[in-house]
Design a binder for this molecule. Structure first.
Ligand code: NI
Ligand code: MN
Length: 229
């Protein structure tokens, strides 16, 4: 049994009762943030890509807690150069950590971070297939729909898929429904919507369509809420 706690936008904290990690900890400046960065106690921070609404407060959390930052080589190098411990991976690679396994999956998106007026190259955007406890959780990162999603859940059934539905920067509802069909997860939860006006989406419509058109269950999780997986 695992707990997935939604902290707003694309930020999720996953805990198995003993160990806890966070994905894309964008909290300061996030209108939907459900926690402050200094409240988080985690042993690892997964970063899907280098956009500021995903890198977020990773550096301050890593410095305070000593959490290991996990991301693609370019993201990991950025954090190492900032003086925190980071583990570099890349697309298609999996690795076992004390908290569980992480496989870095492709995402169709961009990845750059503006710092001091300069665009820093942050490598390829990614998603994560996470094995923790005896559960498998897929966090897609920011992505368009792509047909290879059908391969991501083929070896191990996805218990929970976390997918963007906010449109404009990522999949909207129509494409996210197609993604659910390809991934075939037991359950899906929408994310990356309603944080800003530009990514308004009707999660209830998404849920109705998931239940009507796919084999998956669907929960709408508000920032600050947790679900059992
Ligand atoms: Ni992004
Ligand atoms: Mn984003």
């Amino acid at each position: 049994m695992m707990k997935a706690r939604f902290l707003g936008h694309a930020c999720w904290q996953l805990s198995d009762g003993q160990r806890s990690i966070v994905i894309d900890p964008f909290l300061m400046g996030n209108p939907a943030a459900a926690a402050r960065p200094e409240e988080l106690q985690v042993e690892a921070i997964l970063i899907s890509h280098g956009h500021s609404d995903h890198v977020g407060d990773a550096l301050s959390i890593a410095k305070r807690t000593g959490a290991l930052v996990i991301g693609c080589f370019e993201v990991a190098t950025y954090f190492q150069q900032k003086g925190v411990e980071a583990h570099a991976m890349h697309l298609g690679g999996a690795h076992s950590f004390p908290f569980g396994t992480v496989k870095m999956t492709p995402a169709l998106h961009g990845s750059g971070l503006v710092e001091d007026g300069q665009m820093i190259y942050m490598g390829n955007p990614a998603g994560f297939l996470i094995g923790m406890g005896d559960r498998v959780i897929y966090h897609s990162g920011d992505t368009a729909l792509f047909s290879d999603m059908k391969l991501i859940g083929r070896n191990r059934k996805i218990d929970l898929a976390l997918l963007p539905i906010g449109d404009n920067y990522t999949m909207g509802i129509d494409d996210a429904i197609e993604a659910v069909k390809l991934l075939d997860p037991a359950r899906v939860v929408p994310m990356h919507y309603n944080t800003f006006d530009l990514i308004r989406a009707d999660a209830e419509e998404f849920k109705r369509r998931v239940l009507a058109e796919t084999g998956a269950g669907c929960d709408i999780v508000a920032p600050g809420e947790s679900i059992e997986v």
